[in-house]
Design a protein. Structure first.
Length: 166
């Protein structure tokens, strides 16, 4: 049985760093915390080099985004998940802070394609910060299922904190 093609072709994604000229005012992913972050905080945090936010746009309107930064996990938490040979007390990682898709574009594969793009970008940056994994904290069961479906594994002691070894 052949299904109808999605109205949105998520590949290749034309993702760019967030700019002041991007229209974020109408973005609504269904989670107020993520909407507020994009509209009020993302640009400032990017300008101060704390977190980098990448957006998928139609025209100038943001329809999806993800934010990444650098971080560490305790080596004891990462045994056998990231690198069992590590002798350090902390292991550098790329942290996937947020990933969100506007409600009008959800269920079209954009989230998964955006996650893959974030992982690829993280792998490129891993050489600079010597990161061994991408780490994300799921804020709900649905988010956890989404990450598990894409190959992430829970870190010991916290089933909502997951990692994908690079």
């Amino acid at each position: 049985m052949h299904s109808e093609p999605s109205p949105w072709d998520p590949r290749p994604l034309d993702v760019a760093p967030l700019e002041a000229t991007h229209d974020v005012d109408w973005f609504d992913c269904g989670l107020g915390l993520f909407n507020t972050y994009l509209t009020r905080h993302a640009l400032a945090e990017q300008s101060s080099a704390k977190i980098r936010t990448y957006v998928l746009i139609e025209g100038r309107r943001v329809i999806a985004y993800y934010s990444v930064g650098a971080g560490v996990v305790e080596a004891a938490l990462s045994r056998d998940r990231i690198d069992h040979r590590q002798r350090r007390q902390v292991i550098p990682v790329v942290v996937l802070m947020r990933i969100a898709v506007d409600c009008s574009r959800q269920r079209h594969g954009i989230g998964g394609a955006l996650l893959e793009q974030a992982e690829a970008r993280g792998a490129c940056g891993a050489g600079v910060i010597c990161a061994r994994a991408v780490v994300a904290t799921a804020i709900s069961r649905e988010a956890r299922s989404f990450l598990l479906k894409h190959g992430y594994e829970p870190l010991p002691g916290d089933r909502y904190r997951l990692c994908l070894p690079l």
